[in-house]
Design a protein around this ligand. Sequence first.
Ligand SMILES: Nc1ncnc2c1ncn2[C@@H]1O[C@H](COP(=O)(O)OP(=O)(O)OP(=O)(O)O)[C@@H](O)[C@H]1O
Ligand SMILES: [Mg+2]
Length: 298
Amino acid sequence: MIVVENISKSFASIKALDQVSLQVSQQDIFGLIGPDSAGKTTLMRIICGLMDPDQGQVRLMGQNPDKIDRQNLGYMPQRFSLYGDLTIEENINFFGSLYSLKSSVINQRAEEILDITGLTPFKNRLAGSLSGGMKQKLALTCALITRPALLILDEPTYGVDPQSRKDFWRILYQLNHQGMTILVSTPYMDEAELCTRVAFINQGHILACDTPQNLKSPFSQRVLEVRTVCQDPHFFDDLEEIEGSSFFGYKYRLVVSDGLKGKHAVQSYLNAKELAGSIETVPPGMEDIFVILTGENS
Ligand SMILES: Nc1ncnc2c1ncn2[C@@H]1O[C@H](COP(=O)(O)OP(=O)(O)OP(=O)(O)O)[C@@H](O)[C@H]1O
Ligand SMILES: [Mg+2]
């Protein structure tokens, strides 16, 4: 569905994308996961044909992005870009008319999509007075009005409350089950778990690209959970074996370079500080994998 080959793009001295390649299949909910400034928006704009790369090429449904029928591509940009002084219904009608859809077609599709997104009771509300989550659902509704085969969503759940994020993902699954290919970017590592395939991107580089399960399996022994009475977030900073640590008030989550050596090092460290504690190897999460991969690539 999407083939990206060796894409590079610079803005003056900033290398936003450096030799990026990836493939998205028809059945995917493909996650582009990375922190601020990783290059996610730049890559999505190039995939949509809104920006030219300096190098490399993109094929969308076998064609150049600027050759495809725009009705086959739904794009929801990162920032809410609809009209705050129009109602939900008026925004949808306006958006549909940009594609020269007949009003009877717009009305029928709008009804279906509003039902999926749960916005039907609010369709006469001004877009400007919607909550953040509802604004995002409206932007999604507008991106769906042409019934695209491919939907590209740039950080659709950023800043949205946890319940609305869940709702949003339920909608994405529903659309995917109906046959829609979805490319979605997010800075939230928990959302990476929800994708069929994931590309981690950092500073313009793809660090890894695979299913969440395959990304995690090589690192099954490298995350430790440590419980001790100490409550200093930087307590383990001096230990060489530790690649990353997070503190959760009552426990530490440590990413170590070697499971067994790491465990011994943490035990010796606790002993030296005369602190009792428990150390357990736990399955890695996507956030841990990102920490490991950025460490390996820096
Ligand atoms: N039009 C532009 N002019 C100059 N620099 C740009 C432009 N667009 C992006 N950049 C730079 O390219 C890099 C990648 O930006 P991009 O917006 O693609 O990242 P992102 O992963 O989408 O980040 P965010 O999560 O903050 O949206 C950043 O350093 C950014 O400042
Ligand atoms: Mg962005």
